[in-house]
Design a protein around this ligand. Structure first.
Ligand SMILES: [Zn+2]
Length: 359
């Protein structure tokens, strides 16, 4: 039998947004013990593990998962400075456990990400063009970015971060060869064009930086991911002509509908491609502020791109495993139902059908 994995205790605690002190109080343990358990300096007794498991909604085996913590190539999207450390840890910990689940689903269905090209010193824009060719993307706007990623075996893993301070992030999977994924904030307050840019930006990190295990990403990586996203969503060769006409508000609205990117992203692109001067851009930004477009742009009928891949994997898994599905993921049935409400409903219906048949 494998031994107690101190990392799993830390993840379970952080996922709940609890400090070591909070957890000590909840489990009637001492803070110093919790700290030693998480640091691997002391083994918790069976009693403690039982208590912790039922408190978190995991099975006892959860704490014995042979999961090795990778140096995290963790990458946050915009706005990260306003996020508290506890919140950041909570979101990352939830993403980690969901990614561990995803690895189980993917292995069950035999789905793996294909080999991705190495960067080889190429520029972000070159890599964006390269991926478009590799994935046979037709020129012009990408109709459905989420679908494109899923078709190419990159999962888009959505969950509500409970905050709008982070848009999404990329984190390498815990095991090599697992399904690559982009974690996306499914918070309903996020507009669809912003979500699309986030996905393209995180894809940039995946393509450009997946082998750079930096604890914090610097300005260079952020710039590169943005350049990748711009070229991937708005290839210079295809959008140049569209940006040549004077960029009036009416024109920007029209282009937003066509390219499915924000009006701000279009202005930045026009600047990058030297289609407008800096003073012209300044004038547009001024007007954007005046109309409140910096915070809220007109939606222009853009619809939400819903990821289906992960839901499909969960359903296949739940259907095959039936009542043993939660335990196969080291979850209690209650936590399973909370984390995967769609599949739980399905499993419930399946059970009902079975009962009817038996009668
Ligand atoms: Zn980033």
């Amino acid at each position: 039998m494998s031994s107690f994995n101190c990392e799993m205790l830390r993840i379970a605690r952080e996922e709940r947004g609890l400090s070591q002190k909070d957890l000590a109080r909840k489990l009637h343990a001492s803070q110093s013990d919790i700290s030693k358990f998480e640091g691997g300096e002391k083994m918790p007794g069976e009693d403690f593990i039982q208590k912790a498991a039922s408190f978190f909604g995991y099975t006892v085996e959860f704490f014995f998962r042979p999961f090795v913590a990778l140096p995290s190539g963790l990458v946050f999207h915009r706005k990260r400075s306003a996020l508290s450390a506890t919140e950041r840890k909570r979101i990352v910990a939830e993403a980690r456990v969901r990614m561990l689940d995803l690895a189980i689903f993917a292995e069950f269905s035999g789905i793996q990400s294909g080999a991705l090209p190495l960067r080889d010193g190429r520029s972000p824009e070159d890599m964006a063009r390269h991926i478009r060719i590799l994935w046979a993307v037709p020129s012009g706007p990408i109709a459905n970015l989420t679908k494109l990623l899923e078709k190419n075996k990159i999962a888009v893993l959505p969950f509500d971060f409970g905050s709008t301070f982070v848009d999404g992030f990329f984190m390498p999977p815990a095991e090599e060869g697992s399904l690559q994924c982009i974690v996306m904030n499914a918070n309903p307050a996020m507009p669809p064009d912003r979500r699309r840019f986030t996905i393209a930006h995180e894809l940039g990190h995946l393509i450009l930086h997946r082998n750079e295990f930096a604890e914090e990403t610097g300005k260079r990586q952020e710039n590169e991911a943005n350049l990748f996203a711009s070229e991937f969503l708005m290839p210079a060769a295809d959008i140049e002509e569209d940006l040549s006409a004077p960029l009036t508000f009416a024109r920007l609205r029209e282009l937003k509908s066509k390219w499915k990117v924000s009006m701000s992203a279009l202005v930045i692109r026009a600047q990058q491609l030297k289609k407008i001067s800096d003073s012209e851009a300044k004038r547009i930004w001024f007007l954007f502020s005046r109309y409140g477009y910096r915070k809220n742009e007109p939606v222009m009928g853009l619809s939400e791109e819903r990821p289906f891949g992960v839901t499909w994997l969960v359903r296949e898994f739940a259907k095959a495993k039936g009542t043993t599905a939660p335990a196969s993921l080291f979850l209690t049935p209650e936590l399973f139902a909370r984390r995967y409400p769609d599949s739980a409903g399905l499993a419930g219906r399946d059970r009902q059908e079975e009962c009817t048949r038996e009668e």
